[in-house]
Design a protein around this ligand. Structure first.
Ligand SMILES: NC(=O)c1ccc[n+]([C@@H]2O[C@H](COP(=O)([O-])OP(=O)(O)OC[C@H]3O[C@@H](n4cnc5c(N)ncnc54)[C@H](O)[C@@H]3O)[C@@H](O)[C@H]2O)c1
Length: 316
């Protein structure tokens, strides 16, 4: 391929980005779905960047009042300011909120939900999106160094003699650090949202962002475990909460073009995209669309589901 030419994957990504772009900041193009979440209060965790930001903005585009939570207050304020501009364009104001909150801190989560209820009313939608792939003292630096060595052995024709060990280097704190955010955080937020729904005696929708890694097993051991557990949480709660009209689902993205991906060597990204039947990673807005659908009444008979948004790499 000559310089300046785009691969099929790159061309498709550009086309998708172009098609989605007008909808990120305005309601243009949404048609009858523009107000399908009107009157709902939606909480999105990890909404300061990446998928969480795209999800928060898309829920707002569909008419929800959004409370965007993140460790990084400045980032989440930026997310919300984009939503307010879109509201102004559409002629209304819904009072979206940006809150600093560590989802792994149960007291902080309860306090954030109290503030949201006082400000906007009972919660109808929760998106458990906050997630991390590594934590201090989790041995991942040594594991990635071994992986690079193995890749070098393979690149010169093998054989690959290096074992990509991770668990021997993982300290208790490193394991707990990832589980604390990805699993405990989802539990704390889900419990707070369900209490709000029950108190208001209203139905609701909870969507957790799992990962294709839960199915493929590819990824750091604590991360994969946390995402598989999130699917267990989803299924158990779908059964428990069905009688109340509270639906609980998960979206399992594959590799998605968020800031996390920008730290990965370009060649690794290309190699990974070559294994995806659709030939490219997802844009955050494509995952956000799947989340919005599960959160909306259009998915009224779906609960306990795992909606795969990974271009066909793995199926649940
Ligand atoms: N990007 C991918 O390829 C991919 C693939 C599958 C699943 N996922 C999952 O999707 C979700 C979003 O991923 P992303 O790529 O947008 O990530 P990201 O790192 O770009 O953004 C994550 C956001 O979560 C926030 N956050 C981290 N810890 C937090 C905490 N304790 N409390 C509150 N907020 C916290 C961060 O500040 C950040 O704004 C994660 O759960 C991730 O595991 C991502």
């Amino acid at each position: 391929m000559g310089a300046g030419q785009k691969s099929a994957g790159e061309g498709a990504t550009a086309a998708v980005a172009e098609a989605l772009a007008p909808r990120q900041g305005s309601m243009a193009g949404l048609g009858p779905r523009a107000q399908e979440l009107a009157g709902r209060v939606a909480v999105v965790t990890g909404a300061g960047q990446g998928m969480g930001r795209a999800i928060a903005r898309r829920l707002a585009c569909r008419g929800a009042c959004v409370a965007a939570l993140d460790l990084n207050l400045a980032a989440v304020q930026e997310t919300v300011s984009g939503m307010e501009e879109a509201d102004a364009e559409g002629g209304g104001r819904r009072g979206h909120a940006a809150l600093a909150c560590d989802v792994g801190d149960s007291g902080a989560v309860d306090a954030a939900f109290e503030r949201i209820e006082a400000h906007a009313g009972p919660v109808s939608i929760l998106v458990n999106n906050a997630g991390i792939g590594r934590a201090p003292n989790d041995g991942s630096e040594r594991m990635y160094a071994l992986m690079a060595k193995r890749n070098e052995e393979l690149a010169v024709g093998g054989p690959a003699r290096t074992h990509v060990d991770h668990i021997p280097f993982m300290e208790d704190a490193g394991w707990a650090g990832v589980l604390r955010v990805n699993l405990d955080g989802a539990f704390f937020c889900t419990r707070a949202a369900v209490r709000s729904m029950i108190k208001a005696d209203r139905p609701g929708a909870i969507v957790s962002i799992a990962s294709t890694a839960a199915q493929s097993g590819e990824g750091p051991v604590h991360y994969v475990t946390s995402k598989a557990a999130l699917i267990g949480l989803t299924r158990a709660l779908a059964r428990e909460l069905g009688s109340r009209g509270i639906r609980v689902n998960a979206v399992a993205p594959g590799p998605t073009n968020t800031p996390i991906m920008q730290g990965i060597p370009e060649q690794w990204v290309r190699d990974m995209e070559n294994t995806i039947p659709l030939g490219r990673m997802a844009e955050p807005e494509e995952v956000a669309e799947a989340v919005c659908w599960l959160a909306s009444d259009a998915a009224s008979m779906c609960t306990g589901a795992v909606l795969v948004a990974n271009g066909g790499s793995y199926f649940f």
